[in-house]
Design a protein around this ligand. Structure first.
Ligand code: HEM
Length: 143
């Protein structure tokens, strides 16, 4: 019983709410693509994206809003995300996954996100990013 009462404040809110809603997700996504666009450590995945990142920014904002428990903006506009299928044209291995996560974690820090939230969000997004892998890594690293 006591456990249930204790959990009310924290575990009932959605990730969307805990993050600070659409405004904060927008800020995170803007910073994420700014980092990808400028940090040499993300050059590999930057090259996969279109020159103009406007559409990518809008789509990731819409997707993350629904994914975190907010309004289903992406689905309403584009239908089921089928995220893995949509990423198949891009060769994604461990390096690309790690570059993506690097941009995301740096963006979280840059916008001043509190550390426990950084850890929680990074863990959840890592699962998604790891699921995007679609090429073997042994080939890249060998010899
Ligand atoms: C793992 C490494 C990843 C790489 C290398 C990658 C790369 C890309 C690229 C190249 C595009 C096309 C953008 C363009 O046309 O300019 C894209 C689209 C997209 N990505 Fe990723 N991505 C990764 C992970 C993720 C993750 C983890 C998420 C979500 C949490 C995500 C969400 C999206 C969305 C929503 C789109 C738009 C899809 C559409 O409607 O066309 N991506 N990604």
């Amino acid at each position: 019983m006591a456990i249930e009462i204790g959990e009310v404040g924290s575990s009932k809110a959605t990730l969307f709410e805990d993050l600070g809603g659409a405004e904060k997700i927008r800020e995170l996504v803007e910073r994420f693509y700014d980092v990808m666009d400028t940090d040499p450590r993300a050059a590999g995945i930057r090259a996969m994206h279109q020159k103009d990142l406007t559409e990518a920014r809008e789509k990731l904002f819409m997707f993350l809003t629904g994914w975190s428990g907010g309004p289903s903006l992406y689905i309403e506009r584009y239908g089921h995300p089928m995220l893995r299928k949509r990423h198949l044209p891009f060769p994604i291995g461990e390096s690309e996954r790690d570059q993506w996560m690097f941009c995301m974690v740096r963006a979280m820090h840059d916008i001043g996100m509190e550390e426990p939230m950084v850890v929680r969000l990074a863990q959840a997004l890592w699962q998604v990013a790891d699921f995007m892998r679609n090429k073997p890594d042994a080939d890249n690293n060998a010899g």
